[in-house]
Design a protein around this ligand. Structure first.
Ligand code: T5A
Length: 211
């Protein structure tokens, strides 16, 4: 039987990476085999692309180039990691997926969202998550969390995080619009609550597709 595919989405600092790990541990305790991956990333080539798109280089990629880089990274991870794991009956928990392209490059950068959906269908060959958890946080909360992390670690942020206030507002609205358009696939969780409260809400949601 095919495994289930769960994606986490939302603005930066919403707690996706934290919740991906917590959910994977919880699913393993329920007896599931779980593969954790992320986007961009998850394969050698996709991790190289991740480094490229996040780099604060002097001549950053133009938007069309940025779109194609994210899509190229996705083509690799879908065919080398996600589809094979699902075919083995394992669960896949992915930190960001196609909705990030629609929100960041569509709502954020202004590329036509339908065009992005068509490109995305090409690279994923129609793969759609069984469940998408949108960790929704206002930009002020994201900013505070990322600033705290930067102050306490060697993390210095990245090129996309550094985009302006309006970009981040459009992005959040974009994610909420996407969720509204597909209420069966998406669950929106208020991620400004504590890590434990968010984890409990995530588990409650995932319980629905546990079998
Ligand atoms: N991108 C990606 C595109 O533009 N298009 C695409 O198609 C794709 C796939 C990827 C970048 O690429 C862009 C989006 C991104 O800009 P990334 O590092 O994968 O970059 O993504 P980020 O969202 O930037 O990752 P972050 O690590 O910044 O955010 P997370 O994963 O949402 O948050 P997390 O778990 O790392 O937590 C951040 C901090 O907050 C704390 C954590 O301890 C940590 O310090 N925290 C909380 N604090 C209080 N309460 C809570 N509930 C907390 N949850 C976490």
């Amino acid at each position: 039987m095919r495994g289930k595919f769960i994606t986490f989405e939302g603005p930066e600092g919403g707690g996706k990476s934290t919740q991906v790990q917590t959910l994977a541990e919880w699913l393993r305790k329920q007896g599931k085999k779980v593969v954790v991956t992320r986007e961009p990333g998850g394969t050698r080539m996709s991790e190289l692309i991740r480094a490229l798109v996040r780099d604060e280089m002097e001549d950053p990629p133009v938007t069309r180039c940025e779109v194609l880089l994210f899509l190229a990274a996705r083509a690799q991870v879908v065919s080398q990691v996600i589809r094979p794991a699902l075919a083995r009956g394992e669960w896949v928990v992915c930190d960001r997926f196609a909705d990030s392209t629609f929100a960041y490059q569509g709502y954020g950068r202004g590329i036509d969202v339908q065009l992005l959906k068509n490109f995305n269908d090409f690279v994923t060959e129609g793969l759609v998550p069984d469940l998408t958890i949108l960790l929704d946080v206002p930009p002020e909360v994201s900013r505070t969390r990322l600033a705290a992390r930067q102050a306490s670690t060697s993390d210095t942020g990245d090129r996309i995080e550094a985009a302006g206030e309006m970009f981040h507002r459009r992005l959040r609205e974009g994610f909420l619009d996407l969720a509204k358009a597909e209420p069966k696939r998406f669950t929106v969780i208020d991620a400004s609550k504590s890590i434990d409260k968010v984890a409990a809400a995530v588990q409650k949601t995932v319980q629905r597709i546990l079998s």
